[in-house]
Design a binder for this molecule. Structure first.
Ligand code: GAP
Length: 440
């Protein structure tokens, strides 16, 4: 049962996402808005599972990382200090003939339009931050930006969190939230959008220990994707060359995934040195140093950052999990999602709509839904009901059948192997708890 994936896999994923309620085009009835997407009932469940697992491993299960939820709108000086006002730009060119816009650094044949062959304008630097105005007056003094990364909200709260939680270096601050970039060329479905969500963690360390921590976080972060069930042969590290480094980074590695449209970044791990805190110290006039009571030293910590995209992670998991499996008589579409990120954990089916089976199945649903998202389905042949669940990655199917009426056991059918076992109804919760627990 080898995996069969072909060139049009992206079309299939986009279509499945819409049909099954994972992801819809934003404002679709008005013709849609470029690069904006809405997560439907199953998409939002899966997204939440991905974020919950990140929060679990990065915050809840550790005592050296604290959580934060900073505001999206920040003082505009933050973005001057961070370097985003002056350097967060991409080179933009326009085609004089077809009027399309491109990132100059992504064009193979410089000066020539990749769409129509027309002549391109001179390059100009385009700032990726979305600008708006705070309050009723639209002038230079009221300009604010939609944050292009969540990281800055962490830096400006470094001492607040450290002091409130009495943390000692090394320690980290983690946050999940929306970021906005006016990308010149968004595309590949949710891979590059103008509004997206990041899961970022900034780890504050003593200068001199940064390289060691950088290696530690590289390893930890790769494990996250392995634990999401992503095919490890498609994951790799890419080290940034000097000319690729962002303005704040002294060293950077991307975790990349082999997408159908190229091997591209999934997460960035950066050594930001003392750049950000030093900049905020200078621009705010407020000391950002840390006093180490044990060694009586005062210093500005270095920062190791791990920065992942929620939307990109979800897209990766969908692509990686998608399979069209050739069975004897037909083809089965199945998402082999890791059980802990699958939106629906179990389908619950009465074999027939009589003999008290629907009542028992409803009782199972009401018992389980305090703990997991489960789905009741009594429509159509049992095989078709299993297939509908396979297509959305539901790992277990629970069927109430004739034997249930005799001995209070149900059939559990497992999505990947399609194997079946019988489990006592009063042991269902225990069975699922074991199967759905986080990987270690
Ligand atoms: N704070 C550092 C930072 O933002 P980045 O490499 O620019 O670093 C980190 O972004 C991650 O955010 C990326 O690896 C990607 O997963 C996600 N991301 C960045 N731009 C995105 C976009 N336009 N659409 C979707 N995800 C994006």
């Amino acid at each position: 049962m080898a995996k069969k994936k072909n060139d049009s896999i992206m079309d299939k994923i986009v279509s499945l996402c819409k049909r099954k309620g994972f992801i819809f085009q934003s404002s679709e009835i008005y013709g849609g808005i470029t690069s904006c997407y809405d997560y439907g009932p199953l998409g939002i469940e899966m997204k939440k599972n991905i974020k919950d697992y990140w929060w679990h491993i990065m915050v809840r299960s550790r005592s050296d990382i604290e959580g934060l939820d900073a505001a999206i709108l920040m003082h505009p000086r933050v973005w001057e200090a961070s370097g985003h006002v002056s350097t967060f730009t991409d080179p933009l060119v326009d085609c004089k003939k077809c009027k399309n816009r491109f990132r100059a650094d992504q064009i193979e044949n410089r000066g020539v339009c990749p769409t129509c062959g027309g002549e391109l304008t001179e390059e100009r630097q385009f700032n990726l931050m979305f600008k708006t105005f705070m309050g009723p007056v639209e002038n230079a003094a009221s300009v604010v930006y939609l944050r292009p990364e969540t990281a800055q909200g962490i830096y400006v709260n470094f001492l607040n969190v450290q002091q409130a939680m009495r943390q000692k270096i090394p320690f980290g601050i983690a946050q999940i939230g929306k970021a906005f970039r006016n990308e010149i060329t968004p595309g590949n479905f949710t891979f590059r959008t103008r509004e997206f969500e990041q899961m970022e963690m900034q780890f504050f360390v003593k200068p001199g220990t940064d390289e060691e921590w950088f290696e530690y976080w590289k390893e930890q972060r790769m494990k996250y994707y392995e634990h999401l069930g992503v095919d490890t042969s498609k994951l790799r590290f890419h080290q940034h060359a000097e000319n690729e480094l962002a303005h704040y980074a002294a060293a950077a590695f991307d975790i990349e995934y082999e997408f159908p449209f190229g091997t591209l970044e999934l997460e960035g791990i950066h050594n930001r040195t003392d750049f950000d805190l030093s900049q905020h110290k200078e621009y705010s006039g407020k000391d950002q140093s840390y006093f180490d009571e044990a060694t009586r030293e005062r210093y500005i910590p270095y920062i190791i950052e791990t920065s992942a995209g929620v939307d990109r992670t979800l897209l990766t998991c969908l692509i990686d999990a998608y399979e069209e499996e050739q069975l004897e008589k037909d083809t089965r579409v199945v998402l082999h999602l890791a059980p802990h990120i699958a939106p629906i954990k179990a389908g619950v089916f009465p074999l027939v709509k009589k003999d008290g089976m629907p009542e028992i199945a409803h009782k199972i649903v009401s018992d389980l839904q305090n703990h997991y998202l489960v789905f009741y389905d009594q429509g159509g042949a049992i095989g078709r009901r299993y297939r509908r669940m396979d297509e959305v990655g539901t790992p277990f199917g629970i069927t109430v059948d004739t034997q249930t009426l005799e001995d209070q056991t149900v059939t559990i059918r497992e999505r990947d192997s399609m194997g079946q076992v019988r489990v006592a109804m009063d042991k269902l919760r225990e069975y699922l708890d074991e199967k759905l627990k986080y990987p270690e």
